[in-house]
Structures are given as structure tokens and as C-alpha cells.
Write a protein that binds this ligand. Structure first.
Ligand code: NI
Length: 186
């Protein structure tokens, strides 16, 4: 059974993802005042966008919505979505290294050092508060996505030299994308 393949009639709303070094990725997201239908719809569209990319995490900042909302799914089958609204890190412990990538920095993967365990409090899609303890990939993903809400990217953990190289590469890739679109229009 290939349940991950959606039926053709399923309506999927894909949102545009901002690419580094877009300065909008540096904006600090504001807390969500009310977890209502609007927020639930936004979460659903973020999940569709994340699965379609495909990715294992997406912060609202990346789709140019500057509210403290994150979606994550690190499961093999992409069937265990986690929504973190107004997330707050309660505790960090240990240290580990993992290769990270980001939907806003496509094609770039770098090893980043972070705490290996995290305890986070948040509100879910239905408006219920909950706490989550994570290690491994989920712990890294939570920290990576929460960084986005504060305008921080994983390349900020790299040396300025390395970051600048990635920056130039992304600017070149964006230029090539624009040229392709221009060609398509003709
Ligand atoms: Ni990211």
C-alpha cells in the first residue's frame, strides 16, 4: 500500500518557500495570539508544502509568515506530523553533530554541532498545550526550526568564509532560476 501517494482529487495548497539570503528569513516571528481555524489551515498548508518539497521540517518564517509556528515530521513514512505553536525550549542537554540541510538553502548540507537532547513546550494544532522530549534527529530538527522563528539559519553556525561561499552560490542559483523563468515566458 502506498498510502503516502495522495489521490489526484486531493487539494494541496503549496506555499512559496523563501531562499537564503532573502532578508525576510531574518525577521523575528511574533507569538500566535489565537489558535483558530486560520492557524489550523496554515498548519495544514505548511505540512503539504513540507511533504511536497520534500522536507522534514518547516517554519512559518520560511513561507514569509512571521508567526511562531513550526511543522515537523521525521518519521520514515511521513505519517507522524508534529505541530509546534509558540514553542519554548525548556531544557537542552548533551552535545552531538549532525548533517543539516534546509529547504531555504537547497542543495547545501553541513555538519552542525548542537545539544543532542531537547525539552520543548508548545501548543498543538487544536490549541492544546503539550510538552515534548526529544533526542536524535527530532531534537536537531526542533532546534533548527525554532532558530528560523528567531531569524537564524544553520549556516550561521559555520565560519564566515564558508557562509559567504554558500551565500554566493545561492545568489547564483537564484539568478539562474530567474533566467530560466524568463526563457519560459518567451
Ligand atoms: Ni531550515
Amino acid at each position: 500500500m502506498h498510502q503516502s501517494i495522495k489521490a489526484p482529487e486531493t487539494v494541496v495548497s503549496l506555499l512559496d518557500i523563501l531562499f537564503y539570503p532573502d532578508p525576510l528569513l531574518r525577521k523575528i516571528a511574533a507569538p500566535v495570539a489565537n489558535v483558530d481555524g486560520r492557524v489550523a489551515d496554515l498548519v495544514d498548508n505548511m505540512l503539504d508544502t513540507m511533504y511536497h518539497a520534500p522536507g522534514i521540517g518547516l517554519a512559518a518564517t520560511q513561507i514569509n509568515v512571521h508567526e511562531r509556528i513550526v511543522v515537523i515530521d521525521v518519521s520514515e513514512e511521513s505519517d507522524s506530523p508534529i505541530t509546534l505553536i509558540n514553542p519554548e525550549i525548556k531544557a537542552l542537554d548533551g552535545e552531538g553533530e549532525m548533517q543539516e540541510g534546509c529547504l531555504s538553502i537547497p542543495g547545501i548540507f553541513e555538519t552542525i554541532k548542537r545539544p543532542s537532547q531537547v525539552q520543548v513546550a508548545a501548543i498543538d494544532r487544536e490549541g492544546n498545550p503539550f510538552e515534548l522530549e526529544a533526542d536524535g534527529l527530532l531534537a536537531v530538527c526542533i532546534q533548527h526550526e525554532l532558530d528560523h522563528l528567531d531569524g537564524k539559519l544553520f549556516v550561521d553556525y559555520l565560519s564566515p568564509l564558508k557562509r559567504n561561499r554558500i551565500r554566493k552560490k545561492m545568489i547564483k542559483a537564484a539568478k539562474e532560476r530567474d533566467e530560466e523563468e524568463f526563457d519560459d515566458d518567451e
